[in-house]
Ligand binder design. Sequence first.
Ligand SMILES: C[C@@]1(CC(=O)O)C2=NC(=C\c3[nH]c(c(CCC(=O)O)c3CC(=O)O)Cc3[nH]c(c(CC(=O)O)c3CCC(=O)O)/C=C3\N/C(=C\2)[C@@H](CCC(=O)O)[C@]3(C)CC(=O)O)/[C@H]1CCC(=O)O
Ligand SMILES: NC(=O)c1ccc[n+]([C@@H]2O[C@H](COP(=O)([O-])OP(=O)(O)OC[C@H]3O[C@@H](n4cnc5c(N)ncnc54)[C@H](O)[C@@H]3O)[C@@H](O)[C@H]2O)c1
Length: 240
Amino acid sequence: MLSPPSANPLFPVFLKLEQLRVLLVGGGNVGLEKLTAIMRSSPATAVTVVSITFLPALRELAARYPQVQLREEPYTDALLEQADIVFAATDDPALHARIKQAARSRHLLVNVADTPPLCDFYLSSVVQKGALKIAVSTNGQSPTVAKRVRAVLEEALPEELDAVLQKMPAIRQQLTGDFAAKVRTLNAVTAGLAGGPGYEAPATRRWRRLAWGALLAAGALATVQARAWLSSSDSKDQTP
Ligand SMILES: C[C@@]1(CC(=O)O)C2=NC(=C\c3[nH]c(c(CCC(=O)O)c3CC(=O)O)Cc3[nH]c(c(CC(=O)O)c3CCC(=O)O)/C=C3\N/C(=C\2)[C@@H](CCC(=O)O)[C@]3(C)CC(=O)O)/[C@H]1CCC(=O)O
Ligand SMILES: NC(=O)c1ccc[n+]([C@@H]2O[C@H](COP(=O)([O-])OP(=O)(O)OC[C@H]3O[C@@H](n4cnc5c(N)ncnc54)[C@H](O)[C@@H]3O)[C@@H](O)[C@H]2O)c1
């Protein structure tokens, strides 16, 4: 059954970040997380990190990539002139609002870490098996759940998937016939990967159980909290 599109209207894309100039503002914990995510997926990306101070761990990470430049100075709008896309990760919400406004007036896309209303796009939890990459989004509802779903998929997908993927370009090139015939052959070659109709992988079954368990636990917690809240408001009502 299809979910209503409004449940998550984000449009997923995979950016060729290595062809863009990235500006990252903020060299603390959150800046380090963002730089780590960028380098893990797109290690040849030219990133300029501007920050008043830098965590040593961020300096160490940057030192491994010659095209990552650190600028130890406060942010200024002029930096946007050399950027195609912006990540803001400082501890200054007023600065984030300014960066957002200045970037938008230059038609740049901005991610403001942990601040959904200021984001033009969100980062996702990323599953990677060789060339296969899956991005998980909860539309900002729960990054923690996105992280858990990533772990489930990482465990469920076999490493061999990448060996299959590596062979596919050669198979695609060798195929002859019209487009429809090629698609039929490719579907037949890969049918085994999907497990067939009615198939439910063991990891899916496990995930369903865990998801129900988590929901029940959250429901029970909410009930306990609601009861406590009700009894405290009852006792307040009774005070003269
Ligand atoms: C996926 C991941 C990618 C990445 O950042 O690389 C990511 N957050 C991750 C982890 C994480 N972030 C936070 C926690 C603490 C627990 C919690 O609050 O849940 C954990 C969990 C942990 O660290 O264990 C704090 C947090 N994050 C946001 C808010 C604000 C809010 O919710 O309003 C707050 C509260 C701040 C506060 O309380 O002050 C918002 C966003 N975080 C997003 C992405 C975007 C939505 C993604 C989605 O659609 O799900 C969005 C909207 C914008 C963005 O930042 O792009 C990465 C997982 C990587 C992995 O796979 O391991
Ligand atoms: N650390 C976390 O895991 C976490 C989790 C949830 C929320 N947050 C929130 O996210 C924000 C950032 O957290 P953090 O741990 O990365 O903070 P941090 O203090 O480690 O890093 C902030 C960075 O921003 C830089 N900065 C500040 N003003 C600047 C300016 N004008 N120009 C350039 N750089 C500037 C600082 O030099 C510093 O390097 C905080 O508001 C924090 O409350 C952090």
